[in-house]
Design a protein around this ligand. Structure first.
Ligand code: NAD
Length: 260
């Protein structure tokens, strides 16, 4: 159980992050949700977490491409709940394009949101975790932290980067009761994957069905998508005492993709 713990989950208004926030709340943690979307939908998620699980939930609108807003989110969490015990760096975006056409602004944005945001959040949260002698940092990496696919230069670079950041910080805080790991899902059926289908159709000249079966599920020997709830269950496990010696790890959940 995560009773009396506080978890900040970036990019938790949708997809994997939302599933993680719900799973933590179910275990009794107070949660800070973050991400974009219509205000009424976000408020519905926030209030729903409080009423369903009897925990406290606050919303931070911090933009993960803005270092000062990221530090502000951690400060707000510490002021509201007395500390951040669990930090999940999950916010992420994708852009699919051949490298020579890849917009430079998209590259900068993906590096900022998918990689640098984790650095800024970790930097802000680690002092409090050290003071309390306990912490769990979980980064949502990807199979693309281990292998590449064409047309995803920024995403693959950012995810390889987050795998390196994970290992480095794990070594730095190993003596402080803090573990730092990343979870590397293969394809999870979320809006992020759904949205990249049209561009992949264009980039590879395929139909939607061909993209799903011949590009996405082609990568995964199980021929099944990972579910957000499966990723969330692994995040909960990483917060348990049983996982206290797992640190600096990159846990694959990819239906066998990176075993090939
Ligand atoms: P999603 O699009 O459903 O959710 C992304 C979340 O990030 C949303 O809440 C969105 O509002 C938020 N976000 C986007 N830009 C933001 C910003 N600038 N500031 C704050 N929040 C921002 O996507 P998802 O599939 O759930 O992806 C979550 C993470 O999982 C990402 O890091 C992604 O790279 C990773 N991942 C996804 C898959 C997959 O197949 N879906 C596979 C491996 C890794």
């Amino acid at each position: 159980t995560l009773q009396s713990k506080t978890a900040v989950v970036t990019g938790s208004t949708s997809g994997i992050g939302l599933a993680i926030a719900l799973a933590f709340a179910k275990e009794g943690a107070n949660v800070v949700i973050n991400g974009f979307g219509p205000a009424d939908e976000i408020e519905k998620i926030r209030a729903g977490i409080e009423s369903e699980f009897g925990v406290k939930a606050i919303y931070s609108p911090a933009d993960m491409s803005k270092p000062d807003q990221i530090a502000g989110m951690i400060r707000q969490a510490e002021e509201t709940f007395g500390g951040v015990d669990i930090l999940v760096n999950n916010a992420g975006i994708q852009h699919v394009s051949p490298v020579e056409d890849f917009p430079a602004e998209k590259w900068d944005q993906i590096i900022a949101i998918n990689l640098s945001s984790a650095f800024h959040a970790i930097k802000a949260a680690v002092p409090g975790m050290k003071k309390r002698g306990w912490g769990r940092i979980i980064n949502t990496a990807s199979a693309h932290s281990l292998v590449a696919s064409p047309f995803k230069s920024a995403y693959v670079a950012a995810k390889h980067g987050i795998a390196g950041l994970t290992k480095t910080v794990a070594l730095e805080v190993a003596g402080n009761g803090i573990t730092v790991n990343c979870i590397s899902p293969g394809y999870v059926w979320t809006p992020l994957v759904e949205r990249q289908i049209p561009d992949t159709m264009k980039a590879r000249g395929l139909t939607k069905e061909q993209v799903i079966n011949d590009v996405l599920l082609e990568a995964q020997p199980t021929k099944q998508f990972v579910t957000p709830e499966q990723v969330a269950a692994t995040a909960v496990f990483l917060c348990s005492d049983a996982a206290s010696q797992i640190t600096g790890a990159n846990l694959s959940m990819d239906g066998g993709w990176t075993a090939k």
